[in-house]
Write a protein that binds this ligand. Sequence first.
Ligand code: B12
Ligand code: SF4
Ligand code: SF4
Length: 356
Amino acid sequence: MPALPERLSAWLAAGHHGGMAWMEERTGARADPAVLWPDVRSIVMLGVNCGPEGDPLAALSDPLRGSIAVYARRRDYHDVIKGKLKELGGAFAARAGAEIKVFVDTAPVMEKPLAAAAGLGWQGKHSVLVSREFGNWLMLSAIYTTADLPVDAPEGDRCGRCRRCLDACPTDAFAGPYRLDARRCLAYLTIEHAGPIPPEFRAPMGNRVFGCDDCLAVCPWNKFAAATREARLMAREDLSAPPLAELARLDDAAFRTRFAGTPIKRTGRDRFLRNVLIAIGNSGDETLAGEAERLLEDASPLVRGMAVWALARLGRLPPAPPPGEQDLDVLAEWDLAKNPGAQRASPLAGAGQRPA
Ligand code: B12
Ligand code: SF4
Ligand code: SF4
């Protein structure tokens, strides 16, 4: 994959990774498997079908509920796939008399271009791997091995003139076909981004409280996709479209209990509540204003700040901050709510703006 080091460097140089500083580390190993493990001779790329049971975007049309990305409505795929990989890799290593290392998601491994090179599919214009058989719903993993294996032919690009994924993006996150600016992507903003979500992305977020599937769901190649048959990866009923009023009441302990073993635990309670409050603001439903009012007194400044935004959007913001409010970021939200034209004082302001 000769173009890979240059493409990774260009993505990082453009700042498209935003605050994911871990993407800047071990770039040599990420772009070249032989730097990660000098003894590697072959890579076996695997995909597990995580296809949804119904319309993946159905939850977007109910503003009183939170929309959670398909991959997160169930048990954490890292745990499920790691177990399968160890089993498969162990059996392979014993038979081949070779060494192996297994990876799913978290190592410096570029899983999409590797999977494309191995013939599992191609990277669509949204950059995700598309499979002719499974559409957009494969989760990827890798077995690196010292065994010399025959090489499969790569899959060619089958996007043609289609650009549905690019046009469907609610935040215009693509700098061009195949080039995602993560700073504008709701999957990044709702999951990886730590601080307040820049104001320009709050309304387009709608009710997405964890991740986003829009660019995947509109792809015409999903017509061949089927729901997952892996019982441990089937959607949990209580995670499919939970009521916002219920989510807004989670304290730390309740958050940990409810989302234990799922990908959602990654954000922690405060970041998740930040997202829930934005969804409440976007709901247009005043019956949810009481939840946001209560959270004006929350211990987390991140949560208090988004409660201000939600109440302003619902037209229910009190005339002044609670007397004890001293956090500068929260007070900046009050200023912004009272004078929508004013520049945010937070150092994170503009973090999501695409450079000219
Ligand atoms: C960082 C990361 C993110 C970031 C950045 C996403 C991104 N596109 O890079 C954020 C948080 C935004 C994210 C979001 C999502 N992610 Co993610 N993420 C990753 C991770 C950890 C690394 C990806 C990476 O290396 N990015 C660096 C960039 C430079 O690489 P790239 O995307 O391949 O970019 C290529 C193109 O730009 C291309 N290119 C550039 N110019 C040109 C020009 C032409 C002509 C061509 C052909 C190509 C081309 O070259 C680059 C190198 O191949 C991988 C796991 C892993 N270790 O690989 C999961 C992974 C990509 N994520 C995954 C998923 C499921 C998602 C979400 C769908 C989750 C959700 N529902 O909310 C969204 C999808 C958003 C999207 N459209 O990408 C899956 C994708 C599975 C698949 N079938 O491909 C992965 C593989 C995890 C896994 N183990 O399954 N993710
Ligand atoms: S995941 Fe959502 S926000 Fe991110 S690029 Fe795809 S459509 Fe856009
Ligand atoms: S929606 Fe169209 S352009 Fe995007 S990945 Fe699918 S086929 Fe390619």
